[in-house]
Ligand binder design. Structure first.
Ligand SMILES: C[S@@+](CC[C@H](N)C(=O)[O-])C[C@H]1O[C@@H](n2cnc3c(N)ncnc32)[C@H](O)[C@@H]1O
Length: 439
């Protein structure tokens, strides 16, 4: 019999908690070993990536409608169906028996019997599974690709169906990972030698210096490379915003909405820790992570400031980065949970907050100074439309051309913004512009 704290049962607890509280809390896995914790993350993210499709299958084989199931039963079944159909390493009997045991233990023997019946039915038909066949096209696509219907409707309209499919497929695939070497701690050549010695596969990027595409983050954790501050896990597109801000040693820089701090750390490195970065964020927990990273990465020029960007009074800077809170629709392969947490109202709220934050950020830029606005969203309202609105209102800022900083393939035709897409660029979806204060 399975131990109380198995990867499966902890994954189920995290998924139940997510359904009930709309928050993904991995701390429930804290008592597991590193490898098991990684497995829990895999389970949770993979199940969230396939959630609508798994629910469709459960509905087809159950006498109880999925909408009527409590989160406990629903998530035991989601994990069991995922195990049965998508985990080659799990034998059928183990997938079914373990689900039945967890159901009995958590919800009683009757529920265990129900799980057994549903799973046996599904196993019997596994070579001839039903396919979603809804008349409503958005519902059909949303179920097939496990994205919310509002997102599907938007993306089908904007990109056309073929491209929207490719984007959703990319969101449902294993994400790409990059690390950036921290030159405050080591030289890139030494870092490469170290990776070779440790047999860690890596591929230097030709987009930005010091970035390497990697297969998995796991060896970097287990060999202590992150802990020692040697390198940082950061998507290459997340490095574009600091790159175009181009902070120089000795400058005064503000990083607004800075936590957990990967961009502050990168900017400290670009500045060789000379000058001053004030990193502002509203979240004390996330700022705690930034404080730990600053120590770890020897980013000694970072000063942390807790508070709302709209309320802090920190004067003027040569260069300001506003990495605005957003819907995160560009990072859905790494954060599959976000697709289930966002809705159209949330998008509208994000747009309003970004507008206020952008105005505040602009007021903190010295005359002649630079302002970068960035998001990890694919939605025009959060990106270029936000900037157009801002420029219509303020005539003391101008957009700068980005071709000296970034590869052409990530730039808009006019070279005044960058936007990456997971399905075309093989990295997260990020947007950014560089504004100069001209008067
Ligand atoms: C996209 S994340 C920032 C990621 C960060 N720049 C990095 O690279 O690690 C957005 C951040 O905005 C913060 N935030 C949201 N509203 C804020 C506000 N009104 N004032 C300050 N920070 C805010 C959130 O706490 C969150 O940490």
């Amino acid at each position: 019999m399975e131990n109380e704290l198995s990867e499966r049962s902890v994954s189920i607890d995290i998924l139940i908690n997510f359904d009930e509280k709309k928050k993904l809390d991995y701390s429930l896995a804290d008592e597991l070993e590193t490898r098991e914790r990684a497995q829990v993350r895999e389970y949770v993210q993979n199940i969230l990536r396939k959630r609508s499709y798994l629910d469709f299958l459960i509905g087809e084989f159950s006498s109880v409608a999925v909408e009527e199931m409590k989160p406990g039963l629903k998530n035991i079944l989601r994990l069991a169906v995922y195990d049965l159909l998508f985990m080659d390493s799990t034998p059928d009997y183990a997938a079914i028996n373990e689900a039945v045991e967890v159901a009995k233990r958590k919800l009683g023997s009757k529920t265990g019997d129900l799980v057994n019946a549903i799973m046996r039915n599904l196993q019997r038909d596994r070579d001839n599974l039903p396919k979603p066949a809804f008349k409503d096209r958005n519902k059909l696509v949303a179920t097939t690709f496990s994205h919310p219907e509002w997102m599907v409707a938007r993306w089908r309209k904007r990109f056309g169906e073929r491209e929207a499919f490719k984007l959703m497929q990319a969101n449902n695939s294993r994400p790409h990972y990059y690390v950036r070497v921290n030159t405050l701690r080591t030289k890139p050549k030494n870092f490469e030698l170290r990776m070779e010695k440790m047999d860690i596969p890596f591929q230097p990027s030709d987009w930005l210096p010091y970035y390497y595409k990697i297969d998995s983050v796991q060896p970097f954790i287990s060999k202590g490379l992150l802990e020692k501050g040697i390198c940082l896990v950061q998507d290459i597109a997340a490095g574009f915003a600091p790159t175009i801000l181009d902070p120089q040693p000795g400058e005064k820089v503000f990083d607004l909405c800075a936590a957990p701090g990967t961009k502050s750390i990168m900017m400290a490195d670009l500045m060789q820790a000379e000058g001053e970065i004030t990193s502002v964020d509203i979240s004390p927990e996330r700022l705690q992570k930034l404080a730990e990273s600053a120590l770890n990465y020897q980013a000694e020029n970072i000063k942390i400031r807790g508070g709302d960007v709209r309320e802090v009074s920190i004067g003027l800077a040569d260069a300001v980065l506003l990495d605005a809170p957003c819907t995160g629709t560009g990072v859905l392969s790494k954060r599959a949970d976000l697709r289930w947490q966002r809705d159209e109202e949330g998008l509208q709220n994000a747009v309003e907050l970004q507008e206020e934050l952008l105005e505040e950020a602009a007021n903190m830029v010295k005359r002649g100074g630079r302002l970068v606005y960035s998001t990890c969203s694919l939605e025009p309202e959060e990106n270029m439309e936000q900037i157009t609105k801002f420029l219509d209102k303020y005539d003391n800022f101008e957009l700068e051309i980005l071709e000296d900083y970034l590869p052409e393939e990530v730039l808009a035709e006019d070279k005044l913004s960058y936007q990456t897409y997971p399905h075309t660029h093989g990295c997260d979806g990020h947007f950014g512009v560089l504004l100069k204060r001209v008067k």
